[in-house]
Structure formats: C-alpha cells, structure tokens
Design a protein. Sequence first.
Length: 208
Amino acid sequence: MKIRFQEINNIERKLLHYPSAKLLIVTKNRPQDLVMDLIKKGYNCFGENRVQEAYNKYLGILNEHISLHLIGPLQSNKTKLALELFDTIQTIDRHKLVNEIKKYSNNNIRTKEFYIQINIGQEPQKAGVFPEFAKDLYDFCINKNLLISGLMCIPPAVENPSTYFRNMINLRDNLNPDLKLSMGMSDDYDIALECQSNMIRVGSKLFQ
C-alpha cells in the first residue's frame, strides 16, 4: 500500500481557494508506517474511526504537533481511553455520552474539542442525532459546560449531497453561527467545500 501524495497535493491546491477549510487525513485501516511517512512529510491532522485501533497505532507517536480526531461512533465504555488519546471527538450524539465525558472532565485529558454528529439524512443505520433533536443536545452540552466546537455529518450516498450540506449550514446557523462544519469525504469533498465545510475528511482517495 502506498500514499498518493500527488492526490494530497491536488486537494491542498483546491484548499487554497477555501482558506477556512482544512484536510483531515483518515488513516483507519492503514498501517503505522504509512502514518509515519505522512508525519515525515509534514502532515499532522488525522482521523480514526475506532478507539482501539487508534490507540494501537498512535499511542507511541502522538505529540503536541499531531491533531488526532475520532470520527467514528464512541461507545460509552471507551470514553476514558478516547479522552486520553484524541484531540477532537467529532461524534457526540447522545446525552448519555455527554454525561460519561463529564465524569472525566477534571482528569488530565487530551481532548479539547467536541463536535455533535448530525444524522442529516435521518438514516436509521447511521449514528448521529436527528436534526430536530440537535438543539436539545446542543443546549444539554452547553449546560454541562461541554464546549461544542462544530457539527459533523455523513450524508446519504446520493449523486449530489449539496441539499444535505446546505441543511447543515442552516442547522449550524440556527444553533451557533460560530460552529465549524466537518463534512465532505473522498467522493463529495468538492461539493462540501462549496457548501462552507471547514474540514474535509478524506481517506480512501489518498491510498492505493
């Protein structure tokens, strides 16, 4: 398996037109040696779907220059480990998880930012809070003094997800216009950038 550095360069050139957006390189199912190659080239913003996989891969190489994001569902029993490992957790989706996180808020945790995951397509097989319940969860987080920095979504697999991305903009603006938007992956990041995404999460397109 190799890293497609030319593809990363192509994305970075596109991002020059979107100064408020950044690339998160998704390294799930990729070996540590590829991560090390990326770090040596100066890349430092990575995403993982599973807590245990991220722990096995990143524990020995994490430093203050690396930003590690959890972009997969977080089980309550993995909360403490996740807080020690990830700089950002993008998948807050229920009150129980917020309460679990707050149990460790006085500990020496690494996590500094949290995103609420929105199930923007209201798909029962996907994680995330449905849009109509987002304000309730957001207000609950604020009342619990859990800093919410942004919203994340994975839209339905459709030809043009722009409607879902624009719904995310409206939801963000109604909750807090200062929230960041994490949306867009390998197949739709161009559209997401046009829809004000602040972070695109690209993985499969960058490896071969």
